[in-house]
Design a protein around this ligand. Structure first.
Ligand SMILES: Nc1ncnc2c1ncn2[C@@H]1O[C@H](COP(=O)(O)OP(=O)(O)O)[C@@H](O)[C@H]1O
Ligand SMILES: N[C@@H](CCC(=O)OP(=O)(O)O)C(=O)O
Length: 358
């Protein structure tokens, strides 16, 4: 049965857009644009998250050996992004389609206001039948301000826009149950459920031009699927891959979507890096929160306030072994939370509607 998604986020990785010599693969880009155009013609909404700025820059300028890694990435991306977006623009024009450039940084997802600004921008583009082409703003995103990779960015965008599906195109057919270079390794067709540990067969090594690697892809995919979005990891260098995925006839890995979470929960889910405070919860609270019932975090289950926070901040819920249990919006500040620690019949510190569990 084909997948009948209405809103789809497609991420094209560096390795798909780049030839082995590090330069952009224009034939590949053209073929992907043709497929996106045909998907759009079916009335579907598509958001493209495209890497390739650095590779495009490489085709235009030689970087001096004196440049450090950060400066050379800034230089290449600044020049390359212009070429990348012009390439897309010219190719989509052949199909009478308008595309737009949206460059973002991790900071743009930090608070709810910034988050809504980007969301509104993407929504207005979609309403006008424009295809947003999103990339990280590599020129200003350096070191700790960077996304792990564009998979993380694509996951954020898919969650933000309540997409039905996220397609991650890379240079292998999906997640293998062993080293993808070995013949005995098989593709895992379906992943259902959270907490699957891929570390036994997914190596941390990255492909030639990739940044995050397959491990980060699997973490992100599980998280996004848990929020109700189907995630497909497939080989972007295969012909007709996008149309074949949607017709359910391409070999690849699919993460089955779980029940849909609210927009606010989706934002909270991706806020670990920006969470300000933290509390420690006991085992009883941990199992109550993980049960099938909608449960809020009550002071009776909190053993300590480990980092201060204000009312409205996103805080981390940590178990007694130091593991992250979830994230949520604090209903009151850390001073008040300390006063109520361990007490019964108190107002929840995190209401269920504003709670995301790992
Ligand atoms: N078990 C596995 N299954 C599939 N790919 C794997 C596995 N273990 C490691 N990898 C590597 O992950 C790479 C893809 O991730 P990445 O380098 O981040 O690509 P991209 O730039 O497309 O996002 C593959 O080229 C592959 O070599
Ligand atoms: N923003 C960069 C790509 C960064 C990146 O993470 O790429 P990828 O490994 O494809 O997820 C660029 O356009 O060159």
């Amino acid at each position: 049965m084909p997948f009948n998604y209405q809103r789809i986020v497609i991420k094209i990785g560096s390795n798909v857009l780049t030839k082995s010599n590090g330069l952009p693969d224009n034939e590949r880009i053209t073929h992907l644009v043709e497929q996106i155009a045909s998907i759009k013609k079916q009335g579907k909404e598509v958001i493209l998250v495209s890497s390739g700025a650095v590779a495009s820059g490489r085709s235009l300028i030689a970087v001096s050996d004196k440049c450090d890694a950060v400066a050379s990435r800034q230089l290449l991306a600044s020049i390359g992004q212009v070429k990348l977006i012009n390439t897309y623009s010219a190719l989509f024009e052949k199909f009478e389609m308008l595309c737009s450039q949206v460059l973002v940084t991790k900071e743009d997802f930090r608070d709810r206001l910034h988050y809504l600004n980007i969301k509104n921008c993407l929504e207005i583009l979609l309403q006008h039948n424009v295809l947003p082409v999103v990339n990280e703003n590599d020129v200003v995103s350096v070191t700790e301000l960077m996304f792990t990779d564009n998979d993380e960015l694509a996951g954020l965008i898919a969650s933000m826009l309540n997409a039905q599906a996220l397609i991650l195109l890379t240079n292998v057919d999906g997640i293998y149950d062993g080293d993808p270079r070995k013949e005995a390794s098989k593709i895992i067709n379906e992943v259902n459920g959270k907490g699957v540990d891929f570390s036994a067969f997914v190596s941390s090594g990255k492909s030639q031009f990739g940044r995050g690697g397959m491990i980060t892809k699997t973490h992100m995919a599980q998280k996004v699927a848990q929020l109700g979005i189907a995630v497909h990891i497939a080989n972007g260098t295969r012909n007709n891959i996008l149309t074949d995925i949607l017709e359910n006839k391409a070999p690849h890995t699919r993460f089955l979507p779980h029940k849909t979470a609210s927009g606010k929960k989706k934002w909270i889910a991706h806020s670990e890096a920006t969470a300000t405070g933290a509390v420690e919860v006991n085992d009883g609270a941990k199992s109550a929160l993980s049960s099938n019932k909608a449960t809020s975090l009550l002071p009776v289950g909190i053993t300590a306030v480990t980092t201060d926070f204000k009312k409205g901040d996103i805080i981390k819920l940590i178990d007694e072994a130091g593991q992250l249990v979830g994230l949520g919006v604090a209903e009151y500040g850390s001073d008040k939370a300390r006063e109520k620690l361990g007490q019964k019949n108190q107002k929840p510190l995190v209401h269920y509607d504003y709670l995301y569990l790992q």
